[in-house]
Write a protein that binds this ligand. Structure first.
Ligand SMILES: Cc1ncc(COP(=O)(O)O)c(C=O)c1O
Length: 427
């Protein structure tokens, strides 16, 4: 035990070292265990707020991480919960995983549903956005000649799933193109709706496009789709717990997201929303419990032993998200992006591909430097300044994507902007 305690101290999780041993809890229900072990989150008022948020993350003092859009780190509060559940599960895995922790899952489901305006009977917890979206892409009934409207800038794994159906079954894909930044919401919506025909069955929309940080007006497109009997599938991997939305207000049919991005949950967690009436219409592609009601969202969770310890810690990530406040978080993330963009945008070699307005963008910003390849900017920032961003060369985009998160400080962004401007001034 002392080795473990030393290790936890080293990684800054000393409080865990004194947590109650799982073996004293074996006869209790999940909610009793949870109540006994979880410390409360009390943010300080006023100016110290964002500093408090930062102290809740295990931020590197050397490497500046500005690719939070890829995968986000978990607050210590979430890491501790994950370790606690793992410790408990290891005392008797099949007992704790299958009986005790499984009991806590429905509470997590309800909390997730509340974040996006869904009912908990419409939320499946899974491994990532890819699993969620591919469940619908492969599970929806389509026949040869049926059309799907989507964009070249949707995520490659979802595009390959659609292309697989095109190749195997002869469905027809109709492509939307973008010239980033797109600043006119109606024009963006028209790009999608103008491709609708009487053969269109599905429109696939990436709410916040990962390549350039562009927001797409889902509600406008979904309204036209609905009138024409077209189903709307939304990829919210980059917007869930970042940009506030409500699936009922959008009036969409399906939505998939990762939870290890903006909700800062344990790695390998995701979620699928299916409108209640649509659940029986989506086929599962893993083994299904045929005795289960076809209208149960749990049909999409039949995967055998799963990472319940990670799934349970989604609950603590939601508590942390709510302690910040969804609206305050969205505003802060937008302001962080604006803060660095304002420092670099007037340099003659700089081009920003992300819209300026808060209606069409959030934390993600894409910057190009004239005459320099994306990968060279990425390498320069890492090798000379220890700053991690992601270089993107994809279709018409050739620049770096910069994504701060709630723990990023303004000093961090000054460090990044200075480094970028130094490169812009090089011959
Ligand atoms: C828009 C978008 N959709 C889907 C994904 C896939 O997410 P996951 O790795 O959780 O499957 C990503 C990942 O970056 C993304 O940016």
């Amino acid at each position: 035990m002392s080795n473990r305690r030393d290790f936890l101290k080293k990684v800054g999780l000393a409080s865990l070292a004194t947590s109650v041993s799982a073996s004293t809890l074996w006869s209790k229900s999940f909610s009793e265990i949870n109540k006994a072990l979880i410390p409360s989150l009390i943010p300080p008022p006023g100016d110290d707020f964002w500093a408090w948020v930062r102290t809740n993350y295990t931020v590197s003092s050397n490497l500046l991480n500005l690719n939070n859009g890829g995968v986000s780190p978990q607050p210590k509060f979430v890491q501790e919960a994950f370790f606690r559940y793992t410790e408990m599960a290891n005392e008797a895995p099949s007992y704790y995983l299958w009986r005790i922790l499984e009991e806590g899952k429905d509470a997590v489901r309800t909390k997730l549903a509340n974040l996006c305006g869904a009912s908990d009977t419409e939320i499946a917890i899974n491994r990532n956005a890819t699993e969620a979206l591919d469940t619908v892409i492969h599970g929806i009934e389509l026949k040869k000649g049926d059309e799907v409207v989507l964009s070249k800038y949707d995520y490659p794994r979802m595009l390959s799933a659609w292309k697989t159906r095109e190749k195997r079954e002869g469905i027809v894909l109709k492509w939307v193109d973008f010239d980033f930044p797109e600043n006119d919401e109606q024009k963006i919506a028209d790009k999608y709706t103008s491709l609708f025909t009487n053969k269109t069955k599905v429109v696939h929309i990436t709410h916040l496009i990962n390549w350039a940080g562009q927001i797409v007006p889902v509600k406008k497109i979904a309204a036209v789709a609905k009138q024409k009997g077209i189903k709307t599938l939304v990829d919210a991997a980059h917007s869930f717990a970042h940009i506030q939305f409500d699936v009922k207000d959008w009036d969409i049919d399906y939505m998939g997201t990762s939870l290890h991005k903006w909700l800062c949950c344990p790695f390998g967690t995701g979620m699928l929303y299916i409108r209640k009436e649509e659940i029986p219409n989506i086929k599962t592609f893993f083994s299904e419990d045929l005795a289960m009601d076809q209208g149960s969202i749990k049909r999409f969770e039949e995967l055998g032993t799963r990472a319940s310890t990670a799934e349970l810690a989604i609950g603590e990530a939601i508590d942390f998200h709510l302690a910040i406040g969804a609206e305050r978080k969205q505003q802060r993330l937008y302001e962080l992006k604006k803060y660095w963009v304002d420092q670099v945008k007037s340099h003659p070699r700089v081009k920003i591909l992300t819209p300026e307005s808060s209606a069409l963008s959030g934390a993600l910003g894409l910057v190009c430097i004239e005459g320099i390849e994306a990968s060279d900017i990425d390498t320069y920032l890492m090798s000379e300044h220890h700053i991690h961003v992601v270089g993107i060369k994809y279709e018409k985009v050739n620049g770096i994507r910069v994504t701060p998160n709630v723990y990023t400080s303004l000093d961090d962004l000054d460090r990044f902007s200075k480094a970028l401007l130094l490169l812009c001034d090089k011959k």
